[in-house]
Design a protein around this ligand. Structure first.
Ligand code: UD1
Ligand code: CA
Length: 432
């Protein structure tokens, strides 16, 4: 199967997205749409070419970061050849079989692309049935022969009723493309060169065109933010089903959001409303209701409800309770049960973080580290003004502002002495 080239079309204007971000960089479950298309193509091809506009520096940089030299960027002559056929023209496939994929189909998978790539006809298209086919090219089939694809804007009233639509994934022979791409004329309605016109050209030259039927979601194209949300909902559903069948328990899974890059190992529980973002790794842990975890590692711990584990945290054998926020914090064998901010901190085993403890890690200009040793007892409402180091076996009294490093074994207290005025209440309110 390695003798297949893939061209991924990503040079469109994406105006329907109403965004400054290029359409194919919009994310589904945390990954750019185009990444899914490229991954499906890499499953079958060692020659993956992504067609961009020369000015698409952000897409190029993204591809470089994500795929390095596994994909190459080629550039469409958009001035002279706008449209999807103009995009395909920009590719120079190495192999005789060429798969072309729209860059805006994030739910496509390797199996479907493989099926398409194994077709031997000069032209093979992907088709699915859509009850409301608005916007898609309609596939005209007569006597079991694919005759042509008609775009929405050029379709007659009768053609608009056709429910068989073009999925935007194709397989061609390279020799057919080199003979027939130059024959495409710009469409009258859009002044664009349509890849879909290849089908009518093939049929009228008596070449066989095959249709590979697929699922409405797998082949869905995303042109707008509403369609992006539909694609993501479907993607989330399948992603969570996969995780659950691998042993992750989920309470009300439809309320949970999990990034495609997240990894779960061992027996884990994720409660309703939890949000797991970025390259997070969760091992043998419980994520309680409405907690948010971003780009962090959680091992043998319970987190939440309503906790916020921000990037670069490492939470190991630790209890994190409600309204606790961490950021770049390494906690091992710690209890932080309530209402704390632990940022740029390392905290050792057996340490208890009292409610309302804050690491004051920012002085308005720079960020500083807080190091807390083992078996430290931190009373409620403590501020640790970084940079600061608390050695092992220290007690910090409630309400303390720690500004100097204590020594091992110390009790640290900074609150002012309490005074009590007898009967003040009764005198003040003249109640007695
Ligand atoms: C296209 C198909 C339509 C099909 C639908 C499936 C054409 C003419 N129409 O319509 O039959 O049902 O996809 O989702 O192909 N692109 C370029 N260069 C361009 C224009 C577009 O590279 O000049 C890229 C886009 O970035 C996109 C893809 O080609 O990834 C498809 O373009 P888009 O404008 O989304 O086509 P549709 O109108 O959805
Ligand atoms: Ca599209």
């Amino acid at each position: 199967m390695s003798k297949v080239s893939a061209a991924i079309l990503a040079a469109g204007a994406g105006t329907r997205m109403k965004s400054r971000t290029p359409k194919v960089l919009h994310r589904v479950s945390g990954r750019a749409m185009i990444d899914y298309v490229i991954l499906a193509a890499l499953d079958i091809s060692d020659d993956v070419q992504v067609v961009l506009r020369p000015e698409s520096e952000d897409i190029r940089a993204h591809l470089e970061r994500e795929f390095g030299d596994r994909v190459i960027c080629v550039y469409q002559d958009y001035e002279n050849f706008p449209g999807t056929a103009g995009a395909l023209k920009a590719a120079s496939p190495k192999h005789e079989r060429v798969v072309a994929l729209n860059g805006d189909m994030p739910l496509i998978n390797g199996d479907f692309v493989k099926a398409l790539a194994s077709r031997q006809e000069d032209a093979a298209i992907s088709v699915f049935t859509k009850l409301d086919p608005f916007g898609y090219g309609r596939v005209v089939i007569k006597n079991d022969r694919v005759i042509k694809i008609v775009e929405e804007k050029d379709a007659s009233e009768a053609e608009k009723k056709i429910a068989a639509v073009n999925g935007g994934a194709y397989s061609f022979s390279r020799s057919f493309l080199s003979g027939f791409l130059p024959k495409i004329r710009a469409s009258r309605s859009q002044k664009e060169y349509y890849i879909t016109d290849l089908i009518a050209l093939a049929a009228s030259d008596n070449r066989s065109v095959s249709a590979t039927w697929g699922d409405e979601y797998i082949l869905m194209g995303v042109n707008s933010k509403a369609e992006l949300a539909i694609a993501e909902a479907y993607h989330q559903k399948t992603l969570k089903e996969t995780l659950m069948s691998a042993g992750v328990a989920m309470r009300l899974p439809e309320t949970i959001y999990i990034d495609a890059n997240a990894i779960f190992e061992g027996e884990c529980v994720v409660e309703n409303g939890a949000v797991i973002l970025g390259k997070t790794k969760i091992i043998r842990s419980v994520v309680k209701a409405h907690s948010v975890i971003e780009d962090s590692v959680v091992i043998g711990s319970d987190v939440g409800p309503m906790a916020h584990i921000r990037p670069n945290s490492e939470i190991v054998n630790t209890h994190i309770g409600n309204y606790v926020e961490t950021k770049s914090a390494k906690l091992s064998g710690v209890k932080a049960g309530h209402l704390s901010y632990l940022g740029d901190a390392t905290i050792g085993e057996g340490t208890n973080i009292g409610a309302g403890t804050i690491t004051c890690n920012f002085d308005g200009k720079s960020k500083y580290q807080t190091a807390i040793g083992k078996n430290v007892f931190i009373g409620s409402d403590t501020q640790l003004v970084a940079p600061i180091t608390i050695p092992n076996n220290v007690i910090i009294g409630a309400g303390t502002t720690v500004v100097k490093d204590p020594s091992e074994g110390d009790l640290v207290l900074s609150r002012s002495k309490q005074i009590s005025v007898a009967n003040f209440f009764f005198n003040f309110f003249r109640k007695k």
